[in-house]
Write a protein that binds this ligand. Structure first.
Ligand code: ATP
Length: 458
Protein backbone atom coordinates (compact mmCIF):
# COMPACT_ATOMS: atom_id res chain seq x y z
CA UNK A 1 0.00 0.00 0.00
CA UNK A 2 1.06 3.59 -0.44
CA UNK A 3 2.60 5.26 2.59
CA UNK A 4 0.09 8.09 2.08
CA UNK A 5 -2.81 5.66 2.61
CA UNK A 6 -1.62 4.45 6.02
CA UNK A 7 -3.59 5.56 9.07
CA UNK A 8 -2.10 5.83 12.55
CA UNK A 9 -5.39 4.80 14.19
CA UNK A 10 -5.38 1.55 12.21
CA UNK A 11 -1.73 0.90 13.07
CA UNK A 12 -2.23 1.68 16.79
CA UNK A 13 -5.26 -0.64 17.01
CA UNK A 14 -3.30 -3.29 15.13
CA UNK A 15 -0.31 -2.92 17.43
CA UNK A 16 -2.55 -3.66 20.39
CA UNK A 17 -4.44 -6.54 18.76
CA UNK A 18 -1.23 -8.30 17.75
CA UNK A 19 0.59 -7.89 21.05
CA UNK A 20 3.01 -5.08 20.19
CA UNK A 21 1.90 -2.17 22.37
CA UNK A 22 -0.68 -2.01 25.14
CA UNK A 23 -1.97 1.13 26.88
CA UNK A 24 -0.54 1.25 30.40
CA UNK A 25 -2.71 0.02 33.32
CA UNK A 26 -5.57 -0.62 30.93
CA UNK A 27 -7.76 -2.58 33.37
CA UNK A 28 -7.75 0.57 35.52
CA UNK A 29 -8.83 2.72 32.56
CA UNK A 30 -5.27 3.45 31.51
CA UNK A 31 -2.69 6.03 32.53
CA UNK A 32 -1.89 8.99 30.31
CA UNK A 33 1.60 9.22 28.92
CA UNK A 34 2.65 5.61 29.45
CA UNK A 35 2.55 2.49 27.27
CA UNK A 36 3.62 -1.11 27.71
CA UNK A 37 5.39 -3.21 25.10
CA UNK A 38 3.66 -6.55 24.61
CA UNK A 39 5.38 -9.85 23.72
CA UNK A 40 6.14 -8.85 20.12
CA UNK A 41 6.74 -5.20 20.96
CA UNK A 42 9.43 -5.96 23.49
CA UNK A 43 11.34 -7.99 20.88
CA UNK A 44 11.00 -5.25 18.27
CA UNK A 45 12.11 -2.58 20.74
CA UNK A 46 15.08 -4.72 21.81
CA UNK A 47 16.07 -5.26 18.18
CA UNK A 48 15.88 -1.50 17.49
CA UNK A 49 18.08 -0.83 20.52
CA UNK A 50 20.51 -3.57 19.45
CA UNK A 51 20.70 -1.98 15.97
CA UNK A 52 21.52 1.40 17.53
CA UNK A 53 24.04 -0.07 19.99
CA UNK A 54 25.79 -1.91 17.18
CA UNK A 55 25.91 1.14 14.90
CA UNK A 56 26.87 3.69 17.54
CA UNK A 57 28.89 1.78 20.14
CA UNK A 58 30.07 -1.67 19.02
CA UNK A 59 31.27 -0.80 15.52
CA UNK A 60 33.09 2.38 16.60
CA UNK A 61 36.53 1.79 18.07
CA UNK A 62 36.34 4.95 20.17
CA UNK A 63 32.78 4.86 21.52
CA UNK A 64 32.15 3.25 24.90
CA UNK A 65 28.93 2.12 26.55
CA UNK A 66 27.47 3.25 29.86
CA UNK A 67 24.39 2.55 31.94
CA UNK A 68 23.94 5.25 34.59
CA UNK A 69 21.25 5.32 37.27
CA UNK A 70 17.93 7.01 36.56
CA UNK A 71 18.08 8.91 39.84
CA UNK A 72 21.08 11.10 40.51
CA UNK A 73 22.12 13.74 42.96
CA UNK A 74 19.59 16.59 42.39
CA UNK A 75 22.53 19.00 41.98
CA UNK A 76 23.09 17.41 38.55
CA UNK A 77 19.82 18.94 37.36
CA UNK A 78 20.60 22.33 38.82
CA UNK A 79 23.97 22.34 37.05
CA UNK A 80 22.50 21.16 33.75
CA UNK A 81 20.01 24.01 33.78
CA UNK A 82 16.96 21.75 33.95
CA UNK A 83 15.72 22.90 37.36
CA UNK A 84 15.91 26.51 36.27
CA UNK A 85 14.81 26.26 32.70
CA UNK A 86 13.68 22.93 31.26
CA UNK A 87 10.15 23.82 30.48
CA UNK A 88 7.30 23.92 28.02
CA UNK A 89 5.94 27.40 27.34
CA UNK A 90 2.17 27.32 27.86
CA UNK A 91 -0.37 30.01 27.12
CA UNK A 92 -4.13 30.10 27.72
CA UNK A 93 -6.77 31.33 25.33
CA UNK A 94 -8.40 34.30 27.07
CA UNK A 95 -11.79 33.50 25.52
CA UNK A 96 -12.20 29.77 26.20
CA UNK A 97 -9.20 28.97 28.45
CA UNK A 98 -7.85 26.31 26.09
CA UNK A 99 -4.16 25.76 26.82
CA UNK A 100 -1.63 25.72 23.98
CA UNK A 101 2.06 24.86 23.79
CA UNK A 102 3.53 27.97 22.28
CA UNK A 103 6.69 26.24 20.96
CA UNK A 104 4.57 23.71 19.06
CA UNK A 105 2.39 26.45 17.56
CA UNK A 106 5.55 28.26 16.48
CA UNK A 107 6.91 25.05 15.00
CA UNK A 108 3.86 24.79 12.75
CA UNK A 109 4.91 28.18 11.35
CA UNK A 110 8.42 26.88 10.72
CA UNK A 111 9.90 28.58 13.80
CA UNK A 112 11.67 26.19 16.17
CA UNK A 113 12.08 26.97 19.85
CA UNK A 114 14.17 24.97 22.29
CA UNK A 115 12.84 23.79 25.66
CA UNK A 116 15.66 25.55 27.48
CA UNK A 117 14.89 28.98 25.97
CA UNK A 118 14.01 31.63 28.54
CA UNK A 119 10.41 32.71 29.05
CA UNK A 120 11.39 36.14 27.78
CA UNK A 121 12.87 34.81 24.52
CA UNK A 122 9.87 32.57 23.89
CA UNK A 123 7.50 35.47 24.47
CA UNK A 124 9.45 37.59 22.00
CA UNK A 125 8.93 34.91 19.34
CA UNK A 126 5.29 34.47 20.41
CA UNK A 127 4.63 38.20 20.10
CA UNK A 128 6.16 38.26 16.63
CA UNK A 129 3.72 35.57 15.46
CA UNK A 130 0.58 36.25 17.50
CA UNK A 131 -1.37 37.30 14.44
CA UNK A 132 -1.01 33.86 12.89
CA UNK A 133 -1.67 31.71 15.99
CA UNK A 134 -5.32 30.93 16.67
CA UNK A 135 -7.05 28.90 19.36
CA UNK A 136 -7.95 25.41 18.03
CA UNK A 137 -11.21 25.48 19.92
CA UNK A 138 -12.72 28.95 19.43
CA UNK A 139 -10.51 30.61 16.84
CA UNK A 140 -9.52 33.54 19.09
CA UNK A 141 -6.07 35.12 18.81
CA UNK A 142 -6.16 36.52 22.32
CA UNK A 143 -3.76 34.56 24.54
CA UNK A 144 -2.06 35.14 27.87
CA UNK A 145 1.73 35.47 27.67
CA UNK A 146 3.59 32.14 27.68
CA UNK A 147 4.51 30.76 31.10
CA UNK A 148 7.20 28.14 31.64
CA UNK A 149 5.99 24.78 32.95
CA UNK A 150 8.91 22.69 34.23
CA UNK A 151 9.20 19.25 32.65
CA UNK A 152 11.27 17.52 35.32
CA UNK A 153 9.43 14.73 37.15
CA UNK A 154 9.96 14.87 40.90
CA UNK A 155 10.07 12.07 43.42
CA UNK A 156 10.91 11.87 47.11
CA UNK A 157 13.32 8.97 47.10
CA UNK A 158 14.89 8.51 50.52
CA UNK A 159 13.19 11.63 51.81
CA UNK A 160 10.84 10.55 54.57
CA UNK A 161 9.47 13.99 55.28
CA UNK A 162 6.17 14.51 53.55
CA UNK A 163 6.40 18.14 52.48
CA UNK A 164 8.33 17.45 49.27
CA UNK A 165 10.99 19.97 50.25
CA UNK A 166 13.93 17.82 49.07
CA UNK A 167 12.86 16.45 45.73
CA UNK A 168 14.92 14.13 43.60
CA UNK A 169 14.30 14.09 39.88
CA UNK A 170 13.75 11.23 37.49
CA UNK A 171 16.22 12.05 34.74
CA UNK A 172 14.81 14.25 32.01
CA UNK A 173 17.48 13.09 29.54
CA UNK A 174 19.98 10.26 29.73
CA UNK A 175 23.00 12.30 28.62
CA UNK A 176 23.52 13.92 32.03
CA UNK A 177 24.54 10.45 33.28
CA UNK A 178 27.26 10.56 30.63
CA UNK A 179 28.56 14.01 31.61
CA UNK A 180 28.76 13.15 35.30
CA UNK A 181 30.74 10.02 34.39
CA UNK A 182 33.06 11.81 31.98
CA UNK A 183 35.92 11.85 34.49
CA UNK A 184 35.33 8.21 35.45
CA UNK A 185 35.53 7.10 31.83
CA UNK A 186 38.68 9.16 31.21
CA UNK A 187 40.38 7.95 34.40
CA UNK A 188 39.53 4.30 33.87
CA UNK A 189 39.94 3.89 30.10
CA UNK A 190 42.39 6.70 29.26
CA UNK A 191 40.79 7.24 25.84
CA UNK A 192 42.37 9.40 23.20
CA UNK A 193 40.29 12.34 22.11
CA UNK A 194 37.92 12.29 20.21
CA UNK A 195 35.86 9.60 21.89
CA UNK A 196 32.19 9.00 22.58
CA UNK A 197 30.03 7.50 25.31
CA UNK A 198 26.68 5.95 24.42
CA UNK A 199 23.79 5.01 26.62
CA UNK A 200 20.25 3.64 26.29
CA UNK A 201 17.79 4.19 29.08
CA UNK A 202 14.55 5.57 30.40
CA UNK A 203 13.85 9.26 30.74
CA UNK A 204 10.85 11.08 32.18
CA UNK A 205 9.20 14.38 31.35
CA UNK A 206 6.08 15.98 32.66
CA UNK A 207 4.63 16.50 29.18
CA UNK A 208 1.54 18.66 29.45
CA UNK A 209 -0.28 16.76 26.75
CA UNK A 210 1.07 13.29 26.04
CA UNK A 211 -0.29 12.29 22.67
CA UNK A 212 0.25 10.59 19.38
CA UNK A 213 0.83 7.07 20.72
CA UNK A 214 4.50 6.50 21.64
CA UNK A 215 5.50 9.79 20.07
CA UNK A 216 5.01 11.90 23.18
CA UNK A 217 4.88 9.99 26.44
CA UNK A 218 5.87 10.92 29.99
CA UNK A 219 8.05 7.86 30.42
CA UNK A 220 10.16 6.99 27.39
CA UNK A 221 13.49 5.58 26.41
CA UNK A 222 16.37 7.45 24.82
CA UNK A 223 19.43 6.28 22.91
CA UNK A 224 22.05 8.97 23.31
CA UNK A 225 25.70 9.35 22.46
CA UNK A 226 27.94 12.22 23.50
CA UNK A 227 31.08 12.62 21.41
CA UNK A 228 33.89 14.57 23.03
CA UNK A 229 36.22 16.45 20.68
CA UNK A 230 39.00 19.00 20.75
CA UNK A 231 37.83 22.60 20.32
CA UNK A 232 37.30 23.34 16.60
CA UNK A 233 36.97 19.64 15.77
CA UNK A 234 33.31 19.39 16.70
CA UNK A 235 31.93 20.71 13.40
CA UNK A 236 33.63 18.00 11.34
CA UNK A 237 32.60 15.29 13.81
CA UNK A 238 29.05 16.60 13.77
CA UNK A 239 28.83 16.15 9.99
CA UNK A 240 30.27 12.63 10.15
CA UNK A 241 27.79 11.57 12.84
CA UNK A 242 24.85 13.06 10.97
CA UNK A 243 25.70 11.06 7.86
CA UNK A 244 26.40 7.94 9.91
CA UNK A 245 23.06 8.10 11.68
CA UNK A 246 21.15 8.75 8.45
CA UNK A 247 22.67 5.59 6.94
CA UNK A 248 21.60 3.67 10.04
CA UNK A 249 17.94 4.54 9.33
CA UNK A 250 18.24 3.21 5.80
CA UNK A 251 19.63 -0.07 7.18
CA UNK A 252 16.55 -0.31 9.37
CA UNK A 253 14.48 -0.48 6.21
CA UNK A 254 13.11 3.06 6.33
CA UNK A 255 12.52 4.56 2.89
CA UNK A 256 14.65 7.62 2.27
CA UNK A 257 11.65 9.55 0.95
CA UNK A 258 10.03 9.26 4.40
CA UNK A 259 13.00 10.91 6.12
CA UNK A 260 14.24 14.46 6.08
CA UNK A 261 16.52 16.86 7.92
CA UNK A 262 15.24 19.83 9.84
CA UNK A 263 17.61 22.50 11.12
CA UNK A 264 16.62 24.46 14.24
CA UNK A 265 16.61 28.18 13.66
CA UNK A 266 16.26 29.32 17.29
CA UNK A 267 18.94 27.77 19.44
CA UNK A 268 19.52 27.76 23.18
CA UNK A 269 22.32 30.16 23.98
CA UNK A 270 25.00 27.47 24.33
CA UNK A 271 24.15 25.39 21.24
CA UNK A 272 26.16 26.01 18.09
CA UNK A 273 23.89 24.03 15.79
CA UNK A 274 20.94 21.65 16.01
CA UNK A 275 19.39 19.37 13.42
CA UNK A 276 16.71 16.68 13.63
CA UNK A 277 16.06 13.61 11.56
CA UNK A 278 12.33 13.63 10.96
CA UNK A 279 10.16 10.74 9.86
CA UNK A 280 6.97 11.14 7.89
CA UNK A 281 4.51 9.56 10.32
CA UNK A 282 1.13 8.64 8.78
CA UNK A 283 -1.39 11.36 9.74
CA UNK A 284 1.04 13.22 12.02
CA UNK A 285 3.34 14.21 9.15
CA UNK A 286 7.09 14.81 9.39
CA UNK A 287 8.28 15.03 13.00
CA UNK A 288 11.44 14.55 15.05
CA UNK A 289 12.80 11.09 15.77
CA UNK A 290 16.41 11.99 16.53
CA UNK A 291 18.12 15.24 17.45
CA UNK A 292 21.74 16.25 16.76
CA UNK A 293 23.12 18.98 18.92
CA UNK A 294 26.44 20.77 19.06
CA UNK A 295 26.48 21.41 22.81
CA UNK A 296 29.87 23.09 22.84
CA UNK A 297 31.58 23.06 26.27
CA UNK A 298 28.37 23.95 28.10
CA UNK A 299 27.59 20.76 30.02
CA UNK A 300 31.11 19.89 31.12
CA UNK A 301 31.73 23.50 32.14
CA UNK A 302 28.52 23.61 34.17
CA UNK A 303 29.33 20.34 35.93
CA UNK A 304 32.92 21.46 36.57
CA UNK A 305 31.67 24.66 38.19
CA UNK A 306 28.88 23.09 40.23
CA UNK A 307 30.78 20.00 41.39
CA UNK A 308 34.10 21.74 41.93
CA UNK A 309 35.80 18.89 40.01
CA UNK A 310 38.02 19.66 37.05
CA UNK A 311 36.41 18.12 33.98
CA UNK A 312 38.98 19.30 31.49
CA UNK A 313 40.82 16.81 29.30
CA UNK A 314 44.58 16.58 29.46
CA UNK A 315 46.02 15.83 26.02
CA UNK A 316 49.76 15.42 26.53
CA UNK A 317 49.94 18.43 28.79
CA UNK A 318 47.46 20.53 26.84
CA UNK A 319 44.33 21.04 28.95
CA UNK A 320 40.93 21.99 27.60
CA UNK A 321 37.23 21.37 28.14
CA UNK A 322 36.13 19.11 25.27
CA UNK A 323 33.37 20.16 22.92
CA UNK A 324 30.37 17.87 22.68
CA UNK A 325 28.46 16.56 19.71
CA UNK A 326 25.29 14.75 20.70
CA UNK A 327 22.91 12.41 18.94
CA UNK A 328 19.71 11.63 20.78
CA UNK A 329 16.99 9.29 19.51
CA UNK A 330 13.80 8.08 21.15
CA UNK A 331 13.07 4.35 21.15
CA UNK A 332 9.30 4.90 21.11
CA UNK A 333 9.43 7.30 18.18
CA UNK A 334 11.72 5.01 16.23
CA UNK A 335 9.52 2.03 17.11
CA UNK A 336 6.49 3.90 15.75
CA UNK A 337 8.40 4.80 12.59
CA UNK A 338 9.60 1.23 12.02
CA UNK A 339 6.09 -0.14 12.63
CA UNK A 340 4.41 2.40 10.36
CA UNK A 341 7.00 1.79 7.67
CA UNK A 342 6.53 -1.99 7.86
CA UNK A 343 2.72 -1.99 7.94
CA UNK A 344 1.19 -3.13 4.66
CA UNK A 345 -2.20 -4.32 3.47
CA UNK A 346 -1.82 -6.32 0.31
CA UNK A 347 -4.36 -7.60 -2.22
CA UNK A 348 -3.44 -11.10 -3.38
CA UNK A 349 -4.42 -13.05 -6.47
CA UNK A 350 -7.83 -14.69 -6.22
CA UNK A 351 -9.42 -11.81 -4.28
CA UNK A 352 -7.59 -12.69 -1.06
CA UNK A 353 -5.79 -10.06 1.03
CA UNK A 354 -3.33 -10.02 3.87
CA UNK A 355 -1.83 -7.66 6.43
CA UNK A 356 1.91 -8.05 6.45
CA UNK A 357 4.55 -6.25 8.48
CA UNK A 358 7.61 -5.91 6.28
CA UNK A 359 10.26 -5.53 8.99
CA UNK A 360 13.92 -5.78 8.03
CA UNK A 361 14.76 -9.39 9.03
CA UNK A 362 17.17 -8.32 11.78
CA UNK A 363 14.43 -6.25 13.47
CA UNK A 364 11.50 -8.70 13.20
CA UNK A 365 10.19 -9.79 16.62
CA UNK A 366 10.00 -13.36 15.34
CA UNK A 367 12.53 -14.13 12.64
CA UNK A 368 11.66 -17.74 11.87
CA UNK A 369 8.55 -19.86 12.42
CA UNK A 370 8.88 -23.63 12.44
CA UNK A 371 5.74 -25.34 11.17
CA UNK A 372 5.25 -29.10 10.95
CA UNK A 373 2.90 -29.96 8.06
CA UNK A 374 0.98 -32.30 10.41
CA UNK A 375 1.17 -33.02 14.11
CA UNK A 376 1.25 -36.79 13.48
CA UNK A 377 3.71 -39.28 12.00
CA UNK A 378 6.66 -37.79 13.86
CA UNK A 379 6.54 -34.49 11.93
CA UNK A 380 5.89 -32.41 15.07
CA UNK A 381 8.79 -33.98 16.97
CA UNK A 382 11.20 -33.44 14.07
CA UNK A 383 10.05 -29.81 13.68
CA UNK A 384 10.54 -29.23 17.42
CA UNK A 385 14.11 -30.45 17.09
CA UNK A 386 14.72 -27.79 14.45
CA UNK A 387 13.13 -25.20 16.75
CA UNK A 388 15.42 -26.24 19.60
CA UNK A 389 18.45 -26.00 17.34
CA UNK A 390 17.65 -22.45 16.18
CA UNK A 391 15.91 -20.84 19.15
CA UNK A 392 18.96 -19.74 21.15
CA UNK A 393 20.49 -17.90 18.21
CA UNK A 394 17.59 -16.69 16.07
CA UNK A 395 14.23 -15.39 17.36
CA UNK A 396 12.21 -18.51 16.55
CA UNK A 397 8.65 -19.66 17.18
CA UNK A 398 6.90 -22.97 16.75
CA UNK A 399 3.31 -23.34 15.53
CA UNK A 400 1.41 -26.52 14.78
CA UNK A 401 -2.22 -25.34 14.92
CA UNK A 402 -4.43 -24.86 11.84
CA UNK A 403 -3.68 -25.21 8.15
CA UNK A 404 -0.24 -24.21 6.91
CA UNK A 405 -1.86 -21.38 4.90
CA UNK A 406 -3.41 -19.94 8.09
CA UNK A 407 -0.13 -20.28 9.93
CA UNK A 408 1.68 -18.38 7.15
CA UNK A 409 -0.86 -15.56 7.50
CA UNK A 410 -0.38 -15.41 11.27
CA UNK A 411 3.35 -15.01 10.76
CA UNK A 412 2.84 -12.38 8.02
CA UNK A 413 0.72 -10.42 10.49
CA UNK A 414 3.58 -10.09 12.97
CA UNK A 415 6.23 -9.67 10.28
CA UNK A 416 8.08 -13.00 10.49
CA UNK A 417 10.37 -13.00 7.44
CA UNK A 418 10.78 -16.79 7.13
CA UNK A 419 8.53 -19.83 7.69
CA UNK A 420 10.08 -23.27 7.71
CA UNK A 421 7.78 -26.21 6.98
CA UNK A 422 8.72 -29.77 7.86
CA UNK A 423 6.73 -32.21 5.69
CA UNK A 424 6.74 -35.85 4.62
CA UNK A 425 9.50 -35.25 2.06
CA UNK A 426 11.65 -33.80 4.85
CA UNK A 427 11.65 -37.23 6.52
CA UNK A 428 12.98 -38.76 3.32
CA UNK A 429 15.44 -36.20 2.00
CA UNK A 430 16.42 -34.07 5.01
CA UNK A 431 15.21 -30.79 3.46
CA UNK A 432 12.54 -28.30 4.54
CA UNK A 433 10.54 -25.61 2.74
CA UNK A 434 11.57 -22.03 3.53
CA UNK A 435 8.87 -19.55 2.60
CA UNK A 436 9.73 -15.88 2.17
CA UNK A 437 7.28 -13.40 3.76
CA UNK A 438 7.47 -10.73 1.07
CA UNK A 439 7.63 -12.70 -2.18
CA UNK A 440 5.84 -15.75 -0.71
CA UNK A 441 8.31 -17.79 -2.79
CA UNK A 442 9.31 -21.18 -1.41
CA UNK A 443 12.62 -22.92 -1.53
CA UNK A 444 13.88 -26.33 -0.34
CA UNK A 445 16.86 -26.07 1.99
CA UNK A 446 18.85 -28.91 3.59
CA UNK A 447 18.21 -29.02 7.34
CA UNK A 448 21.92 -29.27 8.02
CA UNK A 449 22.45 -25.93 6.21
CA UNK A 450 19.32 -24.21 7.57
CA UNK A 451 20.88 -22.20 10.39
CA UNK A 452 23.62 -20.80 8.18
CA UNK A 453 21.10 -20.12 5.38
CA UNK A 454 18.86 -18.12 7.75
CA UNK A 455 21.72 -16.31 9.47
CA UNK A 456 22.99 -15.17 6.07
CA UNK A 457 19.57 -13.68 5.33
CA UNK A 458 19.48 -11.73 8.62
P1 ATP B 1 10.06 17.60 21.16
O1 ATP B 1 10.44 18.95 20.58
O2 ATP B 1 9.27 16.76 20.20
O3 ATP B 1 9.45 17.70 22.53
P2 ATP B 1 12.70 17.43 22.06
O4 ATP B 1 13.40 18.32 21.08
O5 ATP B 1 12.32 17.93 23.38
O6 ATP B 1 11.41 16.78 21.36
P3 ATP B 1 15.04 16.08 22.83
O7 ATP B 1 15.07 16.74 24.14
O8 ATP B 1 16.02 16.51 21.80
O9 ATP B 1 13.57 16.14 22.24
O10 ATP B 1 15.11 14.52 23.06
C1 ATP B 1 15.76 13.66 22.15
C2 ATP B 1 14.84 12.58 21.65
O11 ATP B 1 14.12 11.96 22.72
C3 ATP B 1 13.76 13.09 20.72
O12 ATP B 1 14.25 13.17 19.39
C4 ATP B 1 12.70 12.02 20.84
O13 ATP B 1 12.96 10.93 19.98
C5 ATP B 1 12.85 11.57 22.27
N1 ATP B 1 11.81 12.19 23.11
C6 ATP B 1 11.85 13.40 23.70
N2 ATP B 1 10.74 13.63 24.40
C7 ATP B 1 9.95 12.54 24.22
C8 ATP B 1 8.66 12.17 24.71
N3 ATP B 1 7.96 12.96 25.50
N4 ATP B 1 8.15 10.98 24.33
C9 ATP B 1 8.85 10.16 23.53
N5 ATP B 1 10.09 10.45 23.06
C10 ATP B 1 10.63 11.62 23.39
Amino acid sequence: MNHADKKMDTIIAYAKRKGFVFPSSEIYDGFAGAYDYGPHGVELAKAIKAHWWKDVVLTKHNVYGLDAAIVMNPKVWVASGHVGGFSDPLADCKTCQTRIRVDKELEKLGVTADEKMSEEDINKLFDEHRETITCHKCGSKDFTPARAFNLLVQSNLGDFSTDGSNPVYLRGETCQGIYVNFKNVVDSLHPKIPFGVGQIGKAFRNEISPRQFLFRTREFEQMEMQYFTRPNEDTAAYEVWKQDRWASYIRMGIAEENLRWNQHDNLVFYAADAWDIEYKFPDYGFDEVEGFHMRTTYDLTQHSEHSGKDLSFNDNGEKFIPHVVETSAGVGRLFTAVLAEAYDEEELEGGDSRVVLRFAPHLAPVQVAILPLMKKDGLAEAAQEIFADLAGEIRTTYDESGSVGKRYRRQDEIGTPFCVTYDYDSKEDGTVTVRDRDSMAQERVAIKNLKRYLQDKM
